[in-house]
Ligand binder design. Structure first.
Ligand SMILES: *Cc1c(COP(=O)(O)O)cnc(C)c1O
Length: 452
């Protein structure tokens, strides 16, 4: 064991390949289905939306996929990211556990999301695409993609959920700084947006509506592709640079985690850290516990059903086999906006279904308790999303203390919270409420699942 606090890698040690967990799964993944016919769709169905390279990655069974040198060149701006041991948090908790965290908040956009935004922009550029549309809720994904598009000289159009557009002006400013154009959704720029505005001019918008607008934009313009910041296989694939670096850094620390933890919205930052450890587990080299932490307001793994469902509210996407609360379910407005999604990435869903990974759920007040405890011990102010992973790590450390066990815990600190300080203010003012599992709303939404 090594006594250091910070474990750094040289930039020559940025991974050369992404790790594809599909190669190691016990069962083949269930194919995406056509939303109308319910027949499996071929890669060509996705061609109007995504570049071929990403479609191939989406269905690839190859274990390692080479990272283009142009992408590694951009990764050098912030990768490898540091791995830290949370010694002061361990002391504050009085636990014999060792707590490590991988810190993705050092990227230009402040989260893990540029790890996939950069290759997505790159492959589009290589295939001659000059414009990309996307949606964003609180703005983390929109800002990551704006950053990446700017580097590859691609025009970026972001449909931002109207309430966030008005309440979270600073991520909008970030997107403008990187040259993207941002409109509040619903907007008058698309048919889907105009239809909603005609019915409800004051519509606050939702992620489902914004997805419909961005997809319509891409589908109706020859020069435009669409881009998604989580859920899909190729997005999870790109994030595996996190876990590959963490494996090396844990080796520098002279330890191997007993438990690996990530928060989950669509599943990408969790997958990024955890999948290389899942590989060790599936191949029988090691046997870490692998744990996801989700909000009780959108508990797709702990309370959802494993079924084919739409990825969006407007029923435009292919059907994916995943844990879902129903595509018409709209989660309560918790401050961890990045975790407000009705379903879970198919690859994460399958691993949960096969018993390889575990899940727990937390409501927002205890999550902010843990966020503030972490900030006071370690200095970094975490994003509210990441604080779900912190809460799970703290609980693991306290259980280790009770058991008198030296457990090694590793979690992903997916982003910093500098643009979420309003949420911290609400917490300190006692204005945060806990949303418990909305059983009735979910039962209602489950009735709308497609009958496959
Ligand atoms: C978007 C976001 C998440 C949630 O998305 P995943 O795809 O589940 O990772 C978590 N943390 C941060 C900081 C985010 O920006």
């Amino acid at each position: 064991m090594n006594d250091q606090t910070k474990f750094l890698l040289d930039e020559r040690e940025i991974p050369t390949h992404w790790y594809n967990v599909a190669a190691d799964l016990k069962n083949p993944p269930s194919p995406p289905l056509h939303p109308g016919t319910h027949e499996p769709i071929g890669p060509e169905a996705l061609a109007p939306l995504f570049p071929l390279a990403l479609i191939q990655q989406e269905v690839s069974q190859e274990r390692f996929i080479e990272i283009p040198e142009e992408v590694r060149e951009v990764y050098r701006l912030w990768r490898p990211t540091p791995l830290l041991r949370a010694r002061r948090l361990e002391q504050a908790l009085g636990t014999p556990a060792h707590i490590y965290y991988k810190y993705e908040g050092v990227s230009p956009a402040g989260s893990h999301k540029p790890n996939t935004a950069v290759p997505q922009a790159y492959y589009n550029r290589v295939e001659g695409v000059h414009r990309i549309s996307t949606e964003t809720g609180a703005g983390q994904w929109g800002s990551a993609l704006a950053f990446a598009c700017n580097l590859f000289d691609i025009e970026c159009k972001v449909y931002m959920v109207r309430v966030s557009y008005e309440q979270k002006p600073y991520r909008r400013s970030l997107m403008h700084t990187w040259g993207a154009s941002v409109v509040p959704s619903p907007s008058s720029d698309t048919g889907a947006g105009r239809a909603i505005l005609a019915r409800d001019p004051e519509s606050p918008g939702s992620l489902g509506i914004a997805i419909s607008e961005a997809m319509e934009d891409a589908a109706t313009r020859e020069d435009t592709h669409y881009s998604l910041g989580s859920v899909l296989n190729h997005v999870l694939l790109h994030q595996t640079v996190i876990g590959q670096e963490a494996l090396k850094q844990m080796e520098l620390a002279g330890e191997y985690p007993d438990v690996v933890i990530g928060c989950i919205g669509g599943g990408s930052n969790f997958a990024g850290l955890a999948f290389p450890f899942v590989a060790d587990k599936l191949n029988g080299r090691r046997n870490p516990r692998i744990l996801t932490a989700e909000p009780t307001a959108a508990p797709s793994l702990t309370r959802g059903e494993y079924a084919y469902d739409f990825g969006d509210t407007a029923e435009m996407t292919p059907l994916l086999k995943m844990y879902t609360l129903g595509h018409t379910f709209v989660p309560a407005e918790i401050h961890a906006g990045g975790l407000r999604y009705h379903a879970m990435a198919p690859l994460v869903s399958q691993l949960y279904h096969e018993g390889v990974i575990e899940a727990c759920a937390y409501s927002q007040v205890p999550v902010f308790d843990a966020a503030v405890q972490f900030a006071r011990a370690e200095g970094i102010v975490p994003a509210p999303e990441s604080a779900h992973a912190i809460k799970a790590a703290v609980d693991e450390a306290l259980r280790a203390k009770e058991a008198g066990e030296r457990r090694v815990i590793l979690f992903n600190l997916s982003g910093h919270g500098f643009l979420d300080l309003g949420a911290y203010d609400a917490y300190f003012a006692g204005k945060l409420s806990d949303y418990e599992y909305p059983a009735e709303k979910v039962r209602e939404a489950m009735k709308a699942l497609p009958k496959v």
